[in-house]
Design a protein around this ligand. Structure first.
Ligand SMILES: [Zn+2]
Ligand SMILES: [Zn+2]
Length: 362
């Protein structure tokens, strides 16, 4: 099979590798498409440490073509989304329903759940990002991360549900459980922020205030019918503008989809007493935040979410149903499609912020 392999920081090329085979508890997916996510760019650039060689890509969508031993509930021919949540369903956190926080998650190790790889190049192991490596023709994926979806849903359009879109949707729908009629602030109108706006809208939010320093992104949020108001500002200017739009009170919910210094503070300052601020992303692991204690005495709440806190097998099919019902305009944020050969160019364009959501068609 062909796959996009990174052998050193900053380098990625298309190579021919032996087809992978699933082991116990795994399936093989013939990939139809893969979303391109900022994490792929970060791993390629070496900002997130990862072993090499590695096949990048972690938003796979495709069709199961082989089952490993002991796989229940999935069948050859099933249409699936490959989630980044590779839960074991047996550890302390999984037993509490916190699949996104599974203690046996592989992180950036590049291996499968048992610590080994399914790909080789000559004698050397080839790693895969988040138990997928979806910039390839086939991926072996843990059954626990493989989510069956309805056959009439377009596999070439929904791969983003493997990571970025589920993160934004889950933040609003699962983590915050946005209430109907509420006001919502979303800081950052990129792919994840737009998905958070869609999730809030699907839950019945009637006022969605999008905040970004890029007017182009805000125009898009408005054109898509997601943002009711847009604010091209940051920090206290943004907070003042949000208060003006919310009766001087602040919004019910604030989502920070940026994670730069100061953005989570803005989200918390922008919510009303008793409101909820949610951290969805972080630009790098060293970013810290500082808050006034008084806001918490006013019963403001602050939390975060990893991967949208979703239960993949419960929530991704629900997101697909909402999409098919016309209530989540997910595919309208796709602004570029690529062949496998164009993956290096696609990652360059995402790194340069030239695209919001790219999809590789395999
Ligand atoms: Zn991702
Ligand atoms: Zn677990």
């Amino acid at each position: 099979m062909r796959a996009a392999v990174s052998r050193e920081v900053g380098q990625i090329g298309i190579e021919e590798l032996p087809d992978p085979r699933p082991r116990a508890g795994e399936v093989r997916v013939r990939l139809v498409s893969s979303g391109i996510c900022h994490t792929d760019v970060s791993v390629l650039a070496g900002h997130l440490p990862s072993p090499r060689p590695i096949v990048l890509g972690h938003e796979g969508a495709g069709v199961i073509d082989e089952l490993g031993p002991g796989v229940d509930g999935l069948a050859i021919g099933d249409h699936v989304i490959c989630s980044i949540i590779t839960s074991c369903h047996a550890c302390f956190q999984c037993l509490r329903g916190e699949y996104a926080l599974c203690e046996r998650a592989v992180g950036f190790s590049g291996t499968m759940l048992d610590g080994t790889t399914r790909l080789q190049s000559g004698e050397a192991d080839v790693h895969t990002l988040f138990c997928q490596g979806s910039f390839s023709e086939y991926a072996v994926v843990p059954a626990s991360a493989t989510v069956k979806i309805r056959q009439d849903a377009p596999l070439d359009k929904l791969a983003g549900l493997g990571c970025a879109w589920s993160t934004g949707l889950g933040a609003a729908i699962v983590r915050a459980e946005v209430r109907p009629g509420s006001s919502v602030v979303v800081i950052g109108a990129g792919g994840v922020g737009l998905a958070a706006m869609m999730g809030a809208r699907a839950m019945g939010a009637t006022s969605v205030i999008a905040v970004d320093i890029a007017a182009r992104k805000l125009d898009r949020a408005k054109d898509l019918g997601l943002a009711s108001h847009t604010i091209t500002a940051s920090g206290s200017d943004a907070v003042d503008a949000i208060r003006d739009l919310t009766g001087g009170r602040g919004a019910d919910y604030g989502f920070d989809a940026v994670g730069a210094p100061g953005t989570l503070e803005t989200a918390l300052q922008a919510v009303r007493p008793g409101g909820l601020a949610v951290a969805i992303g972080v630009m790098d692991a060293t970013v810290t935040a500082t808050f006034d204690l008084f806001g918490f005495l006013m019963q403001k709440r602050l939390t975060g979410t990893y991967a949208g806190s979703i239960l993949p097998q419960r929530d991704i099919p629900a997101f697909v149903d909402l999409y098919m019902d016309g209530r989540l305009p997910l595919d309208s944020v796709i602004d570029a499609t690529y062949s496998l050969d164009q993956v290096p160019k696609a990652l360059d364009q995402l790194a340069a912020n030239e695209i919001t959501k790219g999809v590789v068609l395999l």
